[in-house]
Structures are given as structure tokens and as C-alpha cells.
Ligand binder design. Structure first.
Ligand code: NAG
Ligand code: NAG
Ligand code: NAG
Ligand code: NAG
Ligand code: NAG
Ligand code: NAG
Length: 282
């Protein structure tokens, strides 16, 4: 775990500080490029087709790279289970996580984080979480930016109020007289069960929680910010492939291989070079 996060930082570092590297590896890569014609046109083709892709849906544009797959690109460019699509009404980019669709707000390749939000939360002025979030742990883990907030929904008004039990400040679904309450992490008010129809755990960003605490953000708006997941595909090797000038890929015949598409062909692991194009992202 520690080594993989270190290597993803290295990925980012190399991109942010292109001047700190010796030019020699780039020259070597150029030599490799100019002296070695594509030995396998199929692999070369994959390197080309797996170039970062800008996906548009509604008014949203999102960069697609490994491990994400999308219609219009061959599946070799991503890992299975990470399929990004356009919502049925063509308004938002979506991804299915553990059988449930989420709106994709952002994909950060340097930090390997995808930020998603429950679709109803986006539209409702007063988000009513009625389901717990569950993620597929073979594909994702919660990021250290997330915190769990316990929310009680469909409650009778608290009288007297319980300190630290915060009213959402809006009536979910306009349900006459019913209230929603949340408790910030660290507090525990299970006695609320008696007056509410359900309790759900909602992940959100620590930064949003801090803003709630300081009264800068409403609960509804904090929930609309979503939460971030760390994706697992490629975590041990994709950065190395990228830093060697390659593009991470997928080989259906060998799905667990560290498939790396290089300008000159396909390898397992890393290309025989160093990234020359420092402006590109994974
Ligand atoms: C996609 O990547 C390009 C190139 O790095 C960057 O300029 C652009 O801002 C990115 N777009 C989004 C929506 O993140
Ligand atoms: C969404 O976009 C696709 C392709 O542009 C189009 O075929 C489809 O009719 C659109 N659907 C809606 C609901 O607008
Ligand atoms: C939030 O709860 C889920 C399970 O409900 C757990 O897997 C996750 O680690 C929790 N996150 C935090 C930041 O405590
Ligand atoms: C809200 O609570 C009332 C009273 O317990 C119940 O009749 C109703 O079904 C609940 N609504 C939802 C959406 O759970
Ligand atoms: C729960 O509801 C009952 C009546 O419906 C009320 O007497 C009681 O004060 C409520 N509990 C809390 C903690 O508000
Ligand atoms: C959500 O998970 C908590 C335990 O983390 C559980 O007590 C609660 O009943 C669950 N809520 C729903 C609606 O399933």
C-alpha cells in the first residue's frame, strides 16, 4: 500500500516538475522511437487508440484514461468494471458502482481518485438519503478525504432538541412535518431511531464537513459535493508504465497482466524509455 501511494505521487511529481529531470532519457526515447519502427502494428495501434480521450455528455467533458472504459473506444484501454457512460437523459456522466449508478463529478488521474455523487442528490433541493452506499471493494476503496456522516431521515421534530443532532434545515420531499437530521462523525445518538424511519451512512468529503461545522455550507450542498474513491486497477504498476512513456492497457487473454502499450509495441510492465511528453496525464 505504502509503495503504491508513493509511486502514484512520483507519477504526479514527474509531471509537475518536468524541468527537474535529466533530458537524457527523453533523448533515449527519441532514439528508440526513430530507430525502431513499430514492430507490431497491432500494438502500435493500441498505443494510439488508447490516448487520453475527452468524453462529452450533456455539458460535461471528462478525460478518460485507464482504467476507465467508455463507448467509442476499444475495451483494451481500460479495465473491466470501470465503465463510464452518459446518463439516459444525456445530462451527466455516470458510472455504476456495486450495481448502483452514480454521477461522475471528476476523475483525478494524478491522485487516482474518482469523485461521484448519488444522482438524486444532484437534483433534489433537499437530498433524502434512504440507502446506504456500498462500493465494490475489488475495484475501489474509500479515500482518506472521505468521512461518514450518519443521517436520520423521516423523523418527527425533536423536542427538546438534542445537542449535536443537526436539522437538515429543509423538508425532504416536502413531506409534511417530517425532518431529517445528521450527526457529525464522533457523535452518537442512536436514540434517534425511535423517532425516524431510517438511518443511513452518507460518505462525504472532510472538507465539506469542515465547512458545515463552520456554517459555510448547508448539509444539502455538502452532500451534492459527493465523495471520492480510490481505484485499485493498475495501482502497483500503471504509474511505472506511464512514466516509461507507455499507456496502461488491458489484455483480455491475460486480464491480470501489467499490460503496457508503448509507442513501439506492447509490453508487460514498462516501456524501454522515459516519458518525453510531460504535459500529458495518465
Ligand atoms: C483533460 O486533460 C487536458 C490535458 O491534460 C487538460 O488540459 C484538461 O483540463 C482536462 N479536462 C478535464 C475536464 O479535466
Ligand atoms: C441522447 O443522445 C443520443 C446520441 O446523441 C441520442 O440518440 C438520444 O436520442 C439522446 N437522448 C435523449 C433523451 O435526449
Ligand atoms: C464509512 O463506512 C463504510 C462502511 O459503511 C466503511 O467501509 C468506511 O471505511 C467508512 N469510512 C470512514 C472514513 O470511516
Ligand atoms: C415516513 O414515516 C412515516 C411514519 O412512520 C411512514 O408512514 C412513511 O412510510 C415513512 N416514509 C418513508 C419514505 O419511509
Ligand atoms: C419522539 O417522539 C415522541 C412522540 O412521537 C416524543 O414524545 C419524543 O419527544 C420524541 N423523541 C425525541 C428525542 O424527540
Ligand atoms: C445503514 O447501515 C447502518 C449500519 O452501518 C444500519 O444500521 C442501517 O440500518 C442501514 N440503513 C439502511 C437504510 O439500510
Amino acid at each position: 500500500m505504502a509503495t503504491s501511494s508513493a509511486s502514484s505521487k512520483l507519477c504526479g511529481k514527474r509531471q509537475r516538475h518536468p524541468g527537474s529531470r535529466s533530458p537524457l532519457p527523453s533523448i533515449l526515447l527519441l532514439l528508440v522511437l526513430s530507430s525502431t519502427p513499430p514492430s507490431s502494428s497491432e500494438s502500435y495501434y493500441r498505443y494510439a487508440v488508447c490516448a487520453p480521450y475527452t468524453y462529452s455528455c450533456g455539458g460535461t467533458k471528462i478525460n478518460i484514461s485507464y482504467p476507465f472504459r467508455v463507448d467509442g473506444r476499444v475495451d483494451n484501454c481500460g479495465y473491466s468494471g470501470y465503465y463510464v457512460a452518459c446518463s439516459e437523459d444525456n445530462t451527466s456522466v455516470t458510472i455504476e458502482i456495486d450495481g448502483k449508478g452514480y454521477v461522475v463529478k471528476d476523475i483525478d488521474y494524478l491522485s487516482r481518485l474518482i469523485t461521484v455523487v448519488d444522482p438524486p442528490f444532484v437534483k433534489q433541493s433537499c437530498p433524502q438519503p434512504y440507502q446506504n452506499t456500498s462500493i465494490d471493494i475489488s475495484l475501489y476503496s474509500y479515500s482518506d478525504r472521505d468521512r461518514n456522516v450518519t443521517v436520520f431521515v423521516n423523523c418527527t421534530a425533536l423536542s427538546p432538541p438534542i445537542p449535536d443532532m443537526h436539522d437538515m434545515g429543509c423538508e425532504p420531499g416536502g413531506a409534511g412535518g417530517r425532518h431529517g437530521y445528521y450527526q457529525l462523525p464522533g457523535e452518537n445518538h442512536m436514540e434517534m431511531f425511535g423517532n425516524c424511519s431510517s438511518m443511513v451512512v452518507v460518505p462525504m468529503h472532510q472538507a465539506a464537513l469542515d465547512e458545515i461545522r463552520y456554517g459555510k455550507l448547508s448539509f444539502s450542498d455538502a452532500v451534492k459535493g459527493g465523495f471520492s474513491l480510490h481505484w485499485k486497477a493498475g495501482e502497483e504498476w500503471c504509474c511505472d508504465c506511464f512514466n516509461s512513456g507507455g499507456r496502461c492497457g488491458f489484455d483480455a487473454l491475460s486480464p491480470n497482466s501489467h499490460t503496457c502499450f508503448c509507442p513501439y509495441g506492447s509490453t508487460v510492465g514498462t516501456c524501454s524509455g522515459t516519458r518525453s511528453d510531460t504535459s500529458a496525464w495518465v
